[in-house]
Structure formats: structure tokens, C-alpha cells
Ligand binder design. Structure first.
Ligand code: GDD
Ligand code: MG
Length: 324
């Protein structure tokens, strides 16, 4: 089986960092979000095809320098084609059935279990579902007998949501669904295509454990906490000479002597935290410098951001090279 991974979209909710890199390459708990997403895949996957768009060249270069355990291929689109258009554009040579993955979702699920479920139920497709309180940002499924999906509504108003089970972003589909996507224009898979497929047998795989769409700053930091709590953030020990509590995922060349930490921190390569500074619940990308006695909490700092001595950063997203 092959996997088609949707990696287009502008990542607008994670600007200004996404002006320079696609959101899938923002690191959480030790490695880019995308690499955590792909941890769901079994090693038997034949090929991983990336339907890319925005910053496709940056993604492609990163994949080449940080190879994955499967053969990979990027199929960029000249302009954003939406989730459905992106699928169609990248579908040459795709398997029957194929896995379809959103690239900003971290979850406590193994694709192998969803594949087994799909083989048991048959039908045109399987969507993995997760139960959430607030369904507004998601696609919502109503389940009938034997977990057959009877209705699917993308981002409904709360009063129109047919349940609390949302599309978790890991799906399996028969190859022929690609023919149902109109060509030559942007298409939303969830809005325009999925509802029309339900009559042919689409089933919902109910996931447990944890799940998060890491597409906004708050949810990205929550995803990081979930990954660390699930021991998917590496050893998590404090950098040498630092005090406080972990987990901290520190890249090579980090210096943080006499700095203090609260839990849930990612430090990219070459990050320097000066003495007396404090960092907690944050992501500091490569080359960030935090000055003496500064404090960084709930923040996402792009590459080479400089935090001035004694300054306080709370809940901000700062773009590459900025000073605060
Ligand atoms: N190739 C391509 N082209 N990919 C795209 C495009 C595009 O124009 N637009 C978005 N994508 C990719 C994103 O990178 C992401 O991996 C995936 O498609 C979904 O797009 P999002 O923008 O993150 O959508 P969402 O989070 O609002 O909603 C989707 O995900 C929810 C779960 O997180 C939908 O699939 C919902 O049904 C679902 O509940
Ligand atoms: Mg999303």
C-alpha cells in the first residue's frame, strides 16, 4: 500500500514562521511535525507521496537531507488545489486502496490497525475518527450500524454537528475515488466529495488515546505536550548545567548552563539560553538566542530569533531572525 500525504496549504495560522517554512517542518518534541505524523505508518508502506504546494522546494530539500524509511516522492501543485485537487494531482501510480494522511495531525494510532479495520469492513473507504468536545474546526461524522458513516459535514455550526466524532486525518480509500474529483480547479475533498461517497459504504474507525491537529500555535504546543507525555519526544533530559524540570528535547550544540526549565520544551540545533533565563512550554527553533535572565513561556520562536536580556515572551509566535 502507498500513502498520499497532503502537505499543501499556507499554514496561515502559524505565521510568521510559515512565511519561511511549511508548517509541517515546524519541530515539536525533537523533530518536525511531519516526522511525528509519519510515525503512524508501518514499515511495509511501499511509497510515500507528498501532495505539496506552498514551499514545496523547502520540504523537498528537507526530505532529501533527512531521509525517511520509505521511498518518497513530492508532487507539487503550481497553485493550491485544495485537499481534493491535491490528491488528484498526486495520484499517478497510487495503490488500490491507498492511505490518505493530513500532515498536521499527531495521534496515538497505528495505520496498520486502520488498514486491518478497512479490510474487515470492506467498502469504499475508512475514515479514522476521534471524539472531541468542540467540533467546529473539523469534519464531523454521524455513525450508524457497524460504524458505517451515514453523514459527513465539514466544519458545521455546533447546532448542525451530527456527533462529536471528527475526521482525524487518517483515511483509506479505493483508488477509484480519485475519478470523482473534478480536474483543473481547487476542490475540497471533505466538503465536495466525501458526502457523495457515503452511499457506497464508508466506515468510521474510532480512535482512542490522544489526538491533536497542530495547525494553530496553541494546538501545536498541546501536541508537543501530548507527544512528550507519550514518551515520543526522546529522552527529555535537561541540557547540561541547566536546572528545573523536563522534558526538554535538545538538539546538537545546545548551551543552557545555569538556565532553568519548566516542562515541555523543544530546543533546536545551536540554541543558546544564557544564565538565569527561563524557558517553559515552548518551541525554540535552530539558532535561537535567549539573553540573560529572560523568560520564554508558551512561545514558538522561529530560527535565529534573539530574545533580549531580561525580556519576557509569553504566548507569541516570532518569525525567523526577529528580535524581542
Ligand atoms: N496539496 C494540498 N493542497 N494540500 C493541502 C491544501 C492544498 O491546497 N490545503 C490544505 N492541505 C493539506 C494541509 O497541509 C493539511 O495536511 C491537510 O491538507 C488538511 O488541511 P488543513 O488546512 O489543516 O485543514 P483543517 O485542519 O482545517 O481540516 C482538515 O483536518 C481536520 C483534522 O485535523 C479536514 O480534513 C477536517 O475534516 C479534519 O477534521
Ligand atoms: Mg489541520
Amino acid at each position: 500500500m502507498k500513502a498520499l500525504v497532503l502537505v499543501g496549504g499556507f499554514g496561515t495560522r502559524l505565521r510568521p514562521i510559515t512565511y519561511a517554512i511549511p508548517k509541517q517542518l515546524i519541530p515539536v518534541a525533537g523533530k518536525p511535525m511531519l516526522y511525528h505524523v509519519l510515525d503512524m505508518l508501518p514499515k511495509e508502506i511501499e511509497e510515500v507521496v507528498f501532495a505539496s504546494g506552498y514551499k514545496a522546494d523547502v520540504l523537498d530539500a528537507y526530505l532529501r537531507s533527512h531521509p525517511l524509511p520509505w521511498p518518497t516522492r513530492c508532487v507539487p501543485e503550481a497553485e493550491p488545489l485544495g485537499t481534493g485537487g491535491g490528491m488528484k494531482n498526486a495520484s499517478d501510480g497510487i495503490s488500490d486502496p491507498f492511505l490518505l494522511l493530513n500532515s498536521d495531525v499527531i495521534a496515538d494510532v497505528r495505520a496498520a490497525d486502520v488498514i486491518a479495520f478497512h479490510r474487515r469492513h470492506g467498502g469504499l473507504g475508512t475514515m479514522s475518527l476521534f471524539e472531541v468536545e468542540d467540533t467546529r474546526p473539523y469534519g464531523v461524522a454521524a455513525l450508524g450500524e457497524k460504524d458505517r458513516i451515514e453523514r459527513f459535514v465539514e466544519k458545521p455550526a455546533p447546532e448542525d454537528a451530527p456527533s462529536h466524532w471528527i475526521n482525524a486525518g487518517l483515511q483509506i480509500w479505493a483508488r477509484k475515488v480519485i475519478d470523482r474529483i473534478p480536474g483543473g480547479r481547487a476542490v475540497s475533498w471533505e466538503n465536495e466529495i466525501v458526502p457523495g461517497l457515503l452511499a457506497e459504504g464508508v466506515y468510521g474507525f474510532r480512535m482512542g488515546g490522544f489526538w491533536e491537529d497542530a495547525g494553530t500555535p496553541e494546538r501545536l504546543l498541546r501536541a508537543q505536550r501530548l507527544l512528550f507525555d507519550a514518551h515520543r519526544g526522546g529522552a527529555g533530559s535537561l541540557p547540561r548545567g541547566a536546572r528545573g524540570t523536563g522534558p526538554v528535547a535538545a538538539g546538537p550544540g545546545v548551551g543552557a548552563k545555569d538556565a532553568t526549565f519548566g516542562p515541555y520544551v523543544h530546543l533546536g540545533e545551536g540554541v543558546v539560553i544564557e544564565a538565569g533565563a527561563h524557558v517553559e512550554n515552548s518551541i525554540l527553533m535552530d539558532g535561537v538566542h535567549v539573553g540573560l535572565g529572560a523568560s520564554v513561556t508558551g512561545a514558538i520562536l522561529g530560527p535565529n530569533v534573539r530574545v533580549r536580556p531580561a525580556s519576557t515572551i509569553r504566548g507569541q509566535v516570532l518569525g525567523e531572525g526577529s528580535e524581542a
